[in-house]
Each structure stands twice: as structure tokens, then as C-alpha cells.
Design a protein around this ligand. Structure first.
Ligand SMILES: [Zn+2]
Length: 435
């Protein structure tokens, strides 16, 4: 009896497996040049086989459908292209795009749906630019998580989203709402994540995670674009920082700390954050803390370059903001160079939303002009970004078993990094979005 049951069960399992194999969608890419594996070795004339959402085989030479035993597979000819893993931007705000001509009171007349619908084109632009995954660091939870799910259902086109939802920040801090009557700012639900004191910050961190956060974003220091003259120094206390980091780590989330001022950067690193975003004022001690903790720097040079331009061209920029722009942005590049020289872990991030969505690849040129090699810049947006995401078993390089997130450009970005501004082909999870 027992044997019969096991036999029947085995037969059913086999039948299911066979049916699944039959139902698999196969695609074959012929790649003229391709960057493979975490070592990012470039090989020529390779065949990549994709089964559903994953890379199932990589073979030397151009192997025919029949030789692969896949007569029904779709063939994609990228013989004249440079093929590489999809890019990852570790710092975006996909529900927002800075526009000097738009009234800064717009949020008082709109609903979450306005924001979500406007975001659809930002997401499309980002994916078209070759960014197949993004980490959104600070968007209203009622907008970003529905967008993430809509992409997962394939209702709309966009990159795979890992999102922080609402930022954990103190009252009056960088991520709080400034310049309005208290009852008005209280009324729009911007306060999930606003906290004061260690216990309250534990509560806020848990509530943000309950709302759907994949990662916790905090404002360890003041920020440039908040309309307050508070500067860019430490804003969360040491006790609040520790409480947030411990709570997030207990619940399996990493912590990304927005931080400009040196003391705030050091306090965040001592509390155990996983990345420092911006990191504008670094010194020797801060570098030593990066090295000791293994935390990443996400430099966002594009944000600095973008707001510096705007400070010159936009006479309506509030004085509190313009002053901070002039003070902070020249420091960002110097600190990046210091981190690079000391081999701090660096992951690619643009703060897109401050700059226009879809121009994310402009960051590459800034990284290279400030001292990174082309190979290092590409690694920061692929292998290193996947590691910081905690997704390196699935994302970040082209090897068998990983997600088929594949892009192509006309010529090798290892020779000319600007090629990445002109992505020709985009596949995410085995589906083609641009060809
Ligand atoms: Zn940001």
C-alpha cells in the first residue's frame, strides 16, 4: 500500500515536472560581446539561453535552436552588441520628479493616485534606460507599494522595485514636512515614520516595515532640499539611531542612512547602518568606520550636479535651500574621491527624482571623471548593488540560475562609459521591454 502511494506520488510529480518543462518559455540570445559572472569577464560570440525568468545556460559560439533542443525558442540577435547585466540604481525616488516650474503647493490639491499615475512614465523611462532594478529610498507608502505590485503583476512597465516607503525621521527633520500649518501637514498622512526618542523610533520603524518596507531609510542628518535652515548636521540622536538599526535588523531589513555632515555620518556608521547615502563630508575617521563595518557609500554625484545647476538657473529656489546647495555639493566629489582611494565599498545611486528619471546613466560619467575606472563604475551598478540589496544570488551578473535581467549597448562601455546612456535592448526577468 505504502509503495503504491509513493509510486503514484512520484508519477504525479514527474507528470507535473514534465508539464512545467513543456510550458517553459525559451529565448536564445546571440551576444557578440558579453560581460559574464561576478568577475565580469568579457567573452565574445556567446549563446545565452533563457527559460522563463532565468538564465538556464551559457554556451560558447552561436549554438542553433535545434542543437540546443529548443526548436520553439525565440532567437534574439545581439551579435553586433555589447551585452551585460541589467543596471541597478540604489537611490531613486520614483514617485517624484523635481521641476522648478511646478508649484511647490501641488501636493495640497492632489491625491495619492495623482502621484501614482504620474510615476508610471518615470518608471517606464527608468526601465528604458537599462535600469532593471531600483531601490526607492523615500516615497509615500500608499503610492510606492501599489506601484511595486503593479510592476510585479506586469500591469505597468518598470524596474523591479525594492522600496523603503516612508522615511524614518525626527519631527522637523529632513523628511518631515516644512513650511505649512501644523494641522495642514498632519492631515496628509506624511507622518508615518516621524519619531522622537528611541522607543518611539522603534515603533515608527516597525510601522514602516508593516506598511511594506523592504529596507529602512533614515535621515541621520539634515538635507539639502528640505526648506529649512537647519543645516546638514546630525538630526537623529545616537540612541534613536541604535534603536532604529537594531529594530530593522531584527526584522531582516537593512538600513540606508541619508547623511551629509561628518558627525551624523559617523554616528550612523557606529549604530550599524548598511549604507550612507550622499556622504558629503567624509574624514579619516569616517573612512575607518566604513572599513570596519563594511558599510557602503552611495555617492549620488548626479544629485549634487543637478541641484548646483538649478541654484544658478532658478531664482525661486528658497534661500534656505540655495545656501545649502552652494555649501554641500562641492564637498560631495572630494569625499567620493577619498572613499574611492581608501577602497570603501561603493554602490551606484543617483537620487533620481532630484534629476530627471531616465537619465540615471549620467551618474556613470561623473563617477569616471572623479576617478573610478569604467569597470569599477559598472561593478558599482551591478555586482556591488546586488550585494547591498541582499539579492546577489538572483541579480547583478549574468550566470546560470540568475534572473534574466539583460541589456545591450552598441559598443563596450569599458572603453567609453557614455555608451550606457544609449541602451539598445532591455530584458527583465526574461521579458523583453525594449528592442
Ligand atoms: Zn534621496
Amino acid at each position: 500500500m505504502k509503495t503504491t502511494l509513493i509510486t503514484t506520488f512520484t508519477a504525479i510529480t514527474l507528470a507535473l515536472t514534465t508539464n512545467m518543462a513543456l510550458a517553459q518559455q525559451h529565448k536564445i540570445i546571440y551576444a557578440g560581446s558579453v560581460m559574464l559572472g561576478t568577475e565580469q569577464t568579457v567573452k565574445t560570440e556567446q549563446t545565452l539561453v533563457i527559460a522563463d525568468d532565468k538564465i538556464s545556460a551559457i554556451k560558447s559560439g552561436y549554438v542553433s535552436k535545434d542543437a540546443l533542443g529548443l526548436p520553439g525558442a525565440q532567437v534574439i540577435d545581439l551579435k553586433n552588441h555589447f551585452v551585460m547585466p541589467g543596471l541597478i540604481d540604489m537611490h531613486v525616488h520614483v514617485t517624484f520628479e523635481r521641476d522648478a516650474n511646478v508649484s511647490r503647493h501641488r501636493w495640497t490639491t492632489e491625491y495619492e493616485a495623482d502621484n501614482a499615475l504620474r510615476s508610471i512614465k518615470y518608471l517606464q523611462r527608468t526601465l528604458n534606460a537599462g535600469f532593471t532594478s531600483v531601490r526607492d529610498l523615500g516615497s509615500n507608502y500608499q503610492v510606492i507599494f501599489p506601484l511595486k505590485r503593479a510592476i510585479e503583476r506586469n500591469d505597468i512597465n518598470g524596474p523591479r522595485i525594492f522600496a523603503a516607503g516612508n522615511t524614518v525621521s525626527p519631527t522637523g527633520g529632513h523628511a518631515d514636512l516644512h513650511g505649512y500649518r501644523k494641522d495642514i501637514s498632519d492631515g496628509v498622512g506624511a507622518s508615518l515614520g516621524i519619531c522622537n526618542g528611541a522607543d518611539d523610533c522603534r515603533r515608527a520603524t516597525r510601522e514602516v516595515i508593516k506598511s511594506g518596507a523592504d529596507v529602512i531609510k533614515i535621515t541621520a542628518t539634515g538635507g539639502v532640499l528640505s526648506n529649512t535652515a537647519a543645516g546638514v548636521n546630525q538630526q537623529l540622536s545616537d540612541a534613536e539611531l541604535s534603536a532604529i538599526v537594531d529594530t530593522a535588523h531584527h526584522l531582516g531589513r537593512k538600513v540606508a542612512a541619508h547623511a551629509h555632515g561628518t558627525q551624523g555620518i559617523k554616528a550612523a556608521l557606529k549604530a550599524g547602518v548598511n549604507s550612507i547615502e550622499h556622504g558629503s563630508y567624509l574624514d579619516k575617521e569616517a573612512i575607518a568606520l566604513f572599513k570596519k563595518t563594511g558599510a557602503y557609500l552611495v555617492p549620488t554625484l548626479l544629485a549634487g550636479a543637478t541641484v548646483s545647476e538649478e541654484a544658478i538657473s532658478n531664482p525661486n529656489m528658497p534661500i534656505a535651500i540655495a545656501d545649502k546647495v552652494r555649501e554641500v555639493t562641492p564637498k560631495m566629489q572630494a569625499s567620493f574621491k577619498l572613499a574611492l582611494k581608501n577602497e570603501v565599498n561603493i554602490a551606484f545611486g543617483t537620487d533620481s527624482g532630484v534629476s530627471r528619471h531616465g537619465l540615471n546613466a549620467n551618474e556613470f560619467s561623473l563617477l569616471v571623471s572623479n576617478g573610478m575606472s569604467e569597470a569599477q563604475a559598472i561593478k558599482s551598478a551591478t555586482v556591488s548593488a546586488a550585494k547591498l540589496l541582499g539579492q546577489d544570488t538572483q541579480l547583478g551578473d549574468l550566470s546560470v540560475g540568475k534572473q534574466a535581467d539583460i541589456i545591450s549597448v552598441n559598443a563596450s562601455p569599458l572603453k567609453n562609459i557614455a555608451e550606457l546612456k544609449n541602451v539598445q535592448f532591455v530584458m527583465k526577468a526574461g521579458l523583453i521591454y525594449k528592442q
